[in-house]
Ligand binder design. Structure first.
Ligand code: FAD
Ligand code: DLZ
Ligand code: SF4
Length: 516
């Protein structure tokens, strides 16, 4: 037999199942196709990342002795769709089977499954680069009424032994979140970032990205994502040395000027396969045992990867395809147009979106409590918001983006992911950030021309969704406040929110410049 080993753009790891036990005559294929760059209008950094990293990985495979077919965007015979292109190459090389590991998105997995009876059979393999497989998750989930992260995470701690002393968690607690809520008030020295050198392969890839997709969000002038394993390791060590110690404390903070704070910036490198989640967790754990960093930082960091990252993936694969169409709160609004150009005078949103346009990155609290929270309060429909998150972040792949957006932000899955929606007023943003002092609105006012829109929208959200949410025990207190509010006050807030929503410009498609 002569297999074609298809390696997708987010499968750039030598440990990939597809590459194990390959017969000597196997052909490895990597395919650049416009369909993958355009199914949502990805940020130009994300496209540059995929093209550059795929080209470097193809070269690394050749150096290891693999026979590699690389389909470039400009190849005349390129079919520009992954499935067709793989079948075309397989035929060209006389292969009798196409092997591929589970992709990162259902839409491709479904198409691959439908090709099982094609002239050239597809053999679908499990992607083993995670701590758990969808089967493991499904076993854990079976028979449970609620699928809470905390219990899943504890089981993973026991299974891997990370931060464990026998059966007990190091430090006596599973979770140190309580220590991880410090806002940033004073000017802090954030670590200076490593600047990655752009070799000829990277430069050419970035030029190609610009030539083909120059109308997408962002500019490549400040591109600095790691595109090789070596560059990804530089970022990993930099974070372990300079970011990890403060990661915990400031995990929930938001800054008006600094995009990264003490976050690791490792998501894109992990998601495309340049780093394994195992080595990232092990490097952090080691630093704890070396005595250099506090437990709340290391535990908090490991929980994000061993806990959240695995958990959302398990949810995704066990809930799809119905998950994607869930819309429990019945939201119908299109995305506000300023999500594409940051043209808003709400300072917190302006900064989170401008940083996204600049870097194809925003940290978790910006995604959840600023852009996410605002979309929740306005009732943006899940498909519009999910497409945006999928397009704009370099680390976005549907297996991780969808549960976070649809489940965690929009509470559209009926509470599968979170026991209550993460809705918050301007008060929360004011507490966690230094945005409000730069804003024309005041977080202390609920009505009137200077009132922070988050405030009236917050009450309006609770009021309009009362039927679904007021019985939630975790929302009882807040509905109590709403119910005690004087009628005139309630009416004034309602009018303030409705007026705001009426004048909010929305875009029915991907904003102006992006034609897909
Ligand atoms: P750090 O803060 O340094 O965290 C370390 C690592 O933990 C991350 O690299 C990531 O791998 C993992 N992690 C942290 N939080 C989560 C989470 N909630 N779910 C899964 N993994 C997590 N993450 C993505 O990788 N891709 C996405 O497409 C994505 N979309 C998101 C959409 C929304 C609406 C929200 C609220 C979150 C989303 N996240 C996504 C999760 C999280 O925001 C990013 O992983 C994180 O901001 C990446 O930056 P970092 O590497 O500096 O993370
Ligand atoms: C995001 C992306 C882009 C922009 N381009 C490609 C590509 O040309 N070829 C490819 O194999 N993958 C690309 N990707 C990633 C895919 O959209 C998709 O998420 C993964 O391949 C699924 O595993
Ligand atoms: Fe955001 Fe409101 Fe603060 Fe302005 S006042 S920065 S809109 S939270």
């Amino acid at each position: 037999s002569k297999p074609l080993l298809l390696v997708l753009g987010d499968q750039l790891s030598f440990s990939l199942t597809t590459l194990q036990d390959a017969p000597a005559n196997a052909v490895v294929a990597l395919c650049e196709v416009t369909e993958e760059a355009r199914y949502v209008p990805h940020h130009i950094h994300k496209i540059g990342l995929f093209l550059a990293a795929m080209r470097h990985f193809a070269q690394a495979l050749r150096e290891k002795g693999f026979q590699v077919h690389y389909s470039a965007l400009d190849d005349a015979d390129n079919c520009h769709s992954l499935i067709e292109e793989a079948e075309r190459i397989a035929q060209q090389y006389g292969c009798d089977e196409i092997r591929v590991a589970r992709p990162g998105e259902w839409r491709l997995w479904e198409k691959m499954q439908q090709r099982e009876n094609a002239t050239i059979p597809w053999r679908l393999l499990e992607d083993e680069r995670f701590f758990t497989t969808p089967d493991d998750f499904s076993q854990w989930a079976s028979g449970r009424k609620q699928l809470r992260l905390e219990y899943f995470y504890r089981e993973q701690r026991k299974r891997t032994g990370y931060l464990m002393e026998g059966d007990e968690p190091v430090g006596g607690k599973w979770n140190f979140d309580h220590d991880n809520r410090q806002p940033i008030k004073a000017a802090l020295d954030f670590p200076e970032l490593p600047q990655h050198r752009q070799d000829a392969i990277t430069q050419e890839a970035l030029n190609d990205a610009k030539r083909h997709f120059g109308d997408h969000m962002g500019s490549l002038d400040n591109f600095n994502l790691p595109v090789t394993r070596r560059q990804a390791l530089v970022d990993l060590h930099h974070f372990i040395d300079h970011g990890l110690a403060d990661f915990g404390r400031y995990q929930d903070a938001i800054s008006d000027s600094a995009p990264y704070l003490y976050h690791s910036r490792l998501s894109a490198a992990m998601n495309i396969g340049l780093l394994s989640p195992h080595e990232v967790c092990e490097a952090a754990e080691q630093r704890y045992y070396d005595g250099d960093v506090p437990i709340n930082a290391v535990e908090g960091f490991i929980r994000q990867i061993l806990g959240w990252r695995e958990y959302v993936r398990g949810l995704y694969w066990t809930q799809m395809p119905s998950y994607k169409s869930a819309n429990q709160l019945g939201f119908e609004r299109d995305l506000p147009a300023f999500y594409w150009d940051a043209d808003t005078d709400m300072r917190c949103l302006q900064r989170a979106i401008q940083m996204t346009i600049d870097n194809s990155y925003a940290h978790h609290i910006q995604r959840l409590m600023v852009t996410g929270n605002f979309a929740l309060l306005c009732g943006v429909k899940p498909e519009a918001l999910c497409d945006w998150y999928l397009a704009v972040y370099a680390d976005a792949s549907e297996w991780v983006e969808l549960p976070n957006t649809l489940g965690m932000v929009l509470h559209a899955d009926g509470g599968l992911m979170g026991s209550k929606p993460y809705c918050a007023s301007g008060k929360y943003i004011d507490k966690m950030s230094d945005h409000c002092q730069h804003c024309r609105y005041s977080p202390k006012q609920v009505t009137g021309p200077k009132a922070c829109p988050f405030n009236s929208l917050y009450w309006h959200f609770l009021e309009t969704n009362a039927e679904r949410l007021s019985k939630n025990p975790r929302m009882k207190l807040i509905y109590g406040s709403l119910n005690r509010m004087a009628d005139e006050k309630r009416e004034a807030i309602r009018q303030q929110a409705e007026h705001f929503l009426d004048q909010l410009e929305t875009s029915p498609d991907y904003g102006q410049p992006y034609h897909t």
